[in-house]
Design a protein around this ligand. Structure first.
Ligand code: PEP
Ligand code: MG
Length: 769
């Protein structure tokens, strides 16, 4: 049998039908209203290539050197040709068409979606990269099915499998064919609160097809229903300017303006909400965990289009409490654990520092003075150390919180903790001496305090929650709001914020975590290995955000950070590394390493990551820019074709931005962490002068304001990617000054979106008053 009806599919048919179809089948089987459809099974694809005897040639054709971009393109072309030009066996074609004709008598518009299977190799199918076709009818159906099969051999998929050593013939692909719902209204539903897990159902709804809501093109209505009382507690009716509808002629999805009388009309009636709530309860009960559901209303019926578990509800707070209870006096866990934690309570503030990553966490202090003690850090411990380093990241991920003696708000500990979503207090002076190993403590990453004892579970708060939308509605803003990423592991959290792209991707972490200076790493492992490391890290982020833009920055770490690595003895010992050999001056002074970074970016462009933009740090003037641009060109990156730009981090660069604009930059991004330290002569990492480190100092603002003005005159985009971009006051100043985009920390993105929107609306109002 070439096809299976969704009614006959269950979740354990994953191997035959792939993940997407298995989940639709499971929903159908649970009696939920899913639009009808069938699956062309993975065996059908396999039999097709085997019976036509193209399998061996196919797998041979794609067995190429993944680093050879020409060979990769040739492999993709050959695989595509082999599949597309091989005719369907007649019986299979007949079976697929017969199945299609039995949906709405052959009149239906259907969606044709790839559903890859690679159970043992979860990543081998290169999830999300396979094709989907909408509004397909009989004439194109067979062709589209083959195109889905061929998408298993896109250049990126071939590259990925070859590089990881996954075998091409271990991956199969099924194809779902399902009636499209010509929705009158649609949206998403969270069966529990997506950030806190509270028993509240949140529904977002807009007119027309769901793409408008899912893609963020329209601000939908928002309904909050209390699951215990079944009452609708909150209704926010949005001004819905746009809707996506099906063009009755072509069947294609087109964007239309919502007629005036419906723009501010409430989308869902009480009956429809009640029906959705019933379905939400049913689906959560069925899966045993909160779900994120896509739904649509057509002809008065509610349909469920997809259901996925909500992965954003944090359960770490629970495990922290359990951990601490068990680790101190062996008290019971679960409900009793809470009670004992409550009884333990928290005492006085014993140490103070800077609140660097928000959230409250309790756990036993784990004082780490030597790197080789890191394996002593257990899940739920609070790391107490002088300063964190890239090698510590695995331990930081296990930790419930981080405390450091040294460092400011822009130090490694602060940046990485925020991205990992772990509360942190930095620059405490002597925490490693004042706190005892094993001592139960509670840290507050907002207030910058450390108290003795354990906080109750309810009062602990992970910043991961803060990164999630408070309401799932993303405010639409004219000024783009992006996010900063320093560790590729944070890419998924960063993308989940709904940011418009990555305003700064630092590659320092990827490089420093190799444990060796770039020069030593290249000596030991070769240039190719160094380039591969950068490709791997950057690609994780570029993939997560594609097609949203990702601004990747060339290496910028001060010499003292390199000195701690293997090979660090060859790095000059500098009296003041912040004024020393770092940023573009290091790259231009040592072009052999710089060239490899640029080669990595060029290869990523070749692989299709056209969402990358290149950014140069710590430039001073047009001469730096011209030299950097020349290297970029030599590496095969066309500065006319690709977006590239610089960071404004020194007063010199702010004063010289006009000349840099003439040298061809597309954008200038404020690195206020450095701009502040170089304008005010305040070392950003020195806790002794932290009180005079002020990113909102009038001198800093004047440099920022005049740079924006000059850039506007030259048609150069402006942005901020320093820590200050997450501060409401700075956001106000920047939006008023006309900045093009703001890049914030993961946990601040949603607040910044709201702040930007507020300022934009005020400016609009002022202009008409
Ligand atoms: C900055 O200086 O503001 C910046 C974003 O760069 P970094 O913190 O990496 O120096
Ligand atoms: Mg900087």
């Amino acid at each position: 049998m070439a096809v299976l009806w969704l009614d006959d599919v269950r979740s354990d048919d994953l191997e035959t039908v792939g993940g997407k179809a298995a989940s639709l089948g499971e929903l159908t089987a649970a009696g939920l209203p899913v639009p009808p459809g069938f699956v062309v099974t993975a065996e059908t694809y396999r039999t097709f290539i085997e019976e036509a005897e193209i399998d061996e040639e196919l797998f041979e054709a794609v067995d190429v050197d993944p680093e050879d971009s020409k060979a990769l393109a040739g492999a993709h072309e050959r695989a595509h040709e082999l599949i597309m030009e091989t005719p369907f066996p007649e019986d299979v074609a007949a079976e697929i068409l017969a199945a299609y004709r039995s949906i709405d008598d052959g009149e239906a518009f259907v969606a044709v979606r790839s559903s890859a299977t690679a159970e043992d190799l979860p990543d081998a199918s290169f999830a999300g990269q396979q094709e989907t076709f909408l509004n397909v009818r009989e004439d194109d159906l067979l062709q589209r099915v083959k195109e889905c099969w061929a998408s298993l051999f896109s250049q990126r998929a071939i590259y990925y499998r070859n590089q990881k050593g996954f075998e091409h013939d271990k991956v199969d692909i099924a194809v779902v064919v399902q009636r499209m719902v010509d929705a009158e209204k649609s949206g998403v539903m969270f069966t529990s609160h997506p950030s806190t897990g509270e028993p509240r159902i949140i529904i977002e709804a807009a007119w027309g097809l769901g793409e408008a809501v899912v893609s963020g093109a329209v601000s939908p209505d928002n309904y909050v229903v209390n699951r215990a009382t079944q009452r609708t507690e909150d209704v926010t009716v949005a001004d819905k300017k746009l809707m996506h509808v099906k063009d009755p002629e072509t069947g294609e999805t087109v964007e239309r303006e919502v007629p005036d009388e419906h723009r501010e009309e409430r989308v869902l009636s009480d009956e429809e909400i009640a029906r959705l709530v019933d379905l939400g309860e049913e689906v959560e009960r069925h899966y045993g965990q909160p779900q994120d559901v896509e739904w649509a209303v057509y002809d008065g019926e509610v349909y469920m289009l997809q259901s996925r578990p909500i992965t954003t509800i944090s359960d770490t707070a629970v495990s922290n409490v359990e951990n601490v209870s068990g680790g101190t006096d062996g008290a019971a866990t679960d409900g009793e654990g809470d009670a004992s934690a409550e009884q333990a309570g928290v005492g006085e503030v014993i140490v103070r520092g800077l609140g660097a990553s928000p959230g409250i966490a309790s756990g036993p202090a784990r004082v780490v003075t030597k790197l080789d003690h890191l394996d002593q850090v257990a899940e739920g411990d609070i790391i107490v150390t002088e300063m964190t380093m890239p090698d510590m990241v695995p331990a930081m991920k296990r930790a419930a919180g981080i405390v450091t003696d040294e460092g400011g708000m822009t130090s490694h500990a602060a940046i990485v903790s925020r991205e990992l979503g772990v509360p942190a207090v930095v620059g405490c002076g002597s925490a490693t001496r004042q706190l005892e190993d094993g001592q139960p403590i509670t840290i507050d990453g907002d207030k910058g305090t450390i108290r003795e004892g354990v906080e109750s579970k309810e009062k602990q708060r992970q910043p991961v929650e803060d990164a999630r939308p408070k309401t799932p509605v993303k405010p639409m803003t004219a000024t783009e709001v992006k996010v900063n990423v320093s560790i590729p592991e944070a890419a998924e959290r960063a993308a989940a914020t709904g940011a418009d792209g990555v305003g700064l991707l630092r590659i320092e972490h990827m490089v420093l975590s190799l444990g060796k200076t770039p020069e030593r790493f290249i000596d030991d492992n070769g240039e190719r290995a160094y380039v591969d490391e950068i490709i791997e890290g950057v690609r994780t982020v570029a993939d997560e955000f594609y097609p949203r833009p990702v601004r990747v920055r060339t290496l910028d770490a001060p010499s003292d950070e390199f000195r701690q690595l293997q090979g660090g003895e060859d790095v000059p010992r500098e009296h003041n590394p912040m004024l020393g050999y770092r940023g573009i001056r290091r790259s231009l002074g040592n072009p052999s390493v710089f060239k490899l970074e640029l080669e990595a970016f060029r290869r990523l462009y070749d692989m299709g990551y056209d969402n990358l933009e290149v950014m140069f740090p710590l430039v001073n003037d047009a001469e730096d820019v011209v030299r950097a641009r020349k290297h970029m060109k030599e590496a095969g990156i066309d500065p006319e074709k690709r977006e590239w730009g610089v960071m404004i981090e020194t007063p010199a660069s702010a004063l010289q931005v006009g000349a840099m604009a003439e040298a061809g930059i597309d954008f200038a991004s404020f690195g206020t962490n450095d701009l502040t330290q170089y304008t005010l002569a305040v070392d950003r990492n020195n806790e002794n002068v932290a009180s005079v480190y002020d990113e909102l100092h009038p001198a800093v603002l004047e440099l920022v304001g005049s740079t924006i003005e000059t850039c506007r005159e030259h048609g150069v985009k402006t942005s901020i990617c320093g820590q200050a971009g997450s501060k409401p006051k700075m956001v106000q100043y920047l939006v008023e000054s006309g900045i093009s985009s703001i890049s914030a920390n993961i946990d601040a993105v949603r607040d910044v979106q709201h702040e930007v929107k507020r300022v934009e609306q005020r400016l609009l109002l002022d202009s008409v008053r």
